[in-house]
Design a binder for this molecule. Structure first.
Ligand SMILES: NC(=O)NCCC[C@H](N)C(=O)O
Length: 285
């Protein structure tokens, strides 16, 4: 690796991560999860969100991860989901292209962060929108990009795929239904060769491809997936960051011998994003 930053998979020991404080976080209808939250009339509470985000940081720091922060911008209510405007690769950052008008501006503080940190920009998506929640480095050399045609367009998925393929990677571009927002509502790596997956929904050919990569899948039922049960963050060293509400998923991961950290993150999961959406790994070893 030519720089001290870079990520080739989702389970090497996480040393550095990019977050954003939820100073300007609020819910607005942007996806099926938050639409359901609003339909139920659940009250948003910024103080609770701030307290939960602090617990999230404490869990990461307790696991030895250094947290870096992008500058919060009052115009960007979903900036806390740092997964989406960028993807760290072994060669530098791939800056993505956000779909929703309310999130397009996230590119500015993200790029400013990388420039100031001296982390190189490797590539920049130009072929339509692509959001980081759809990009999964399942093993070094094996990438899956989900696309619904909404948040991530097929053209943009192919553009990203071509850059990874030029580096010798195998890339699977996987279509799925728009209702599920990002692939990381249905699937995420938890540890080497272990992922959580909503088998009710993931297309069969996708499940077959993951199994061919020798990935064991911990099933997450539909209802739990819509509560962000799949949205875990692998920390390496046998640790995984999930949430307190995902008790069945956590039990499944513990049964495989993994240590599960489970802060309460309901203010964020009810907005459509969990631990994976709220973090962009900058370096794994
Ligand atoms: N990777 C993710 O799934 N990110 C969550 C984004 C949630 C945010 N409320 C959005 O709709 O864009």
């Amino acid at each position: 690796m030519s720089t001290p930053y870079g990520v080739a998979d989702e389970y090497g020991v996480l040393t550095d991560v990019l977050l954003c404080e939820p100073d300007h976080f609020r819910w607005f209808p942007a996806n099926s999860v938050v639409e359901e939250t609003l339909r139920r009339g659940t009250a948003f509470d910024l103080q609770v969100a701030k307290r939960q985000h602090r617990e999230f940081i404490e869990a990461l720091e307790g696991a030895g991860v250094t947290c870096h922060f992008v500058e919060p911008d009052p115009n960007l209510p979903y900036q806390v989901y740092t997964r989406d405007p960028d993807v760290t690769t072994p060669w530098g950052v791939m800056v993505t292209q956000m779909c929703r008008p309310q999130r397009v501006g996230e590119v500015a503080p993200i790029v400013r962060f990388y420039q100031e940190a001296g982390i190189p920009i490797w590539n920049w998506i130009t072929a339509g929108s692509l959001e980081g929640g759809d990009v999964h480095l399942v093993r070094p050399g094996k990438l899956m990009i989900g696309y619904t045609g909404e948040r991530t367009k097929a053209t943009a998925a192919r553009q990203a795929a071509s850059w990874f393929e030029q580096e010798g990677w195998e890339v699977r571009c996987q279509p799925f239904a728009e209702h599920f927002l990002h692939m990381d509502l249905l699937f995420a790596m938890a540890a080497e060769g272990v992922a959580v997956a909503c088998l009710d929904v993931l297309p069969e050919e996708c499940v077959a491809w993951l199994k061919a990569q020798k990935i064991e899948l911990v099933n997450v039922p539909y209802k739990a997936a819509m509560e962000l049960g799949c949205n875990v963050l692998g920390l390496g060293n046998g640790k995984v960051l999930s949430t307190a509400a995902s008790s069945e998923v956590n039990a499944g991961l513990r049964a495989l011998g993994l240590e599960v950290l489970d802060p309460d993150l309901t203010m964020f999961t009810m907005g459509g994003g969990g631990p994976r959406c709220m973090s962009m790994p900058l370096r794994r070893v």
